[in-house]
Design a protein around this ligand. Sequence first.
Ligand code: AP5
Ligand code: MG
Length: 193
Amino acid sequence: MFNIVIFGAPGSGKGTQSERIIKEYGLHHISTGEVLRDHIARGTELGKIADSYISKGQLIPDELMIRVLAHYLEEHPEEIKEGVIFDGFPRTIPQAEALSELLERHNTKVHAVVGLEVDEEELVRRMILRGKDSGRADDNPETIKKRLDVYHKSTAPLRDYYTGKGQYHAIDGNGDLDRIFADIRASLDKARM
Ligand code: AP5
Ligand code: MG
């Protein structure tokens, strides 16, 4: 198994680059944001709770989010066999600790964390642009600001956390999509050796 975390601020390109990574490495993509948006679309109980946080740009509480991820892994044993790209999880230190424990239970671990580092004005530009037709409840100027505040306060500390573990690979996430992917591939190929 080869497990990657794709890490970065809202709008940094986690989803976009994940599509390329899964093609190249045959990994299963888990975007916790997509999982939650799917529940919202289906009107489940979890979806109702998730909507109340997402539309305000807040994080779903750790305890609930960790249960959702654990459940997802249990429900998809075949899909995750070759490895997983975790997109949007972990977002807090407790989530990172929970992820290690969950993967240990599956006799595996996080092999690399790819951090997409993008200038703040560019993040806002991308999300405002996408908001014109994404239909996402959180792609509006007010919620974008809140998401970025939450990112800096709760999620950005994971950069140091994974750097301390020797797992963090910084990638310049500004600019050309192909160049960004080439940099990701170079980092991952090194991490796999
Ligand atoms: P989530 O769905 O994870 O959203 P996010 O982190 O805010 O990030 P985005 O999906 O908006 O951006 P991205 O990094 O995937 O970039 P993308 O490729 O789309 O989470 C949403 C919410 O769910 C959270 O706020 C929270 O409430 C909740 N949630 C999720 N996980 C949680 C967790 N673990 N704990 C608690 N709560 C959780 O690209 C963005 C745009 O830019 C696109 O339009 C794209 O086409 C464009 N683009 C990409 N790359 C480039 C480039 N190089 N140049 C120009 N444009 C580009
Ligand atoms: Mg995304």
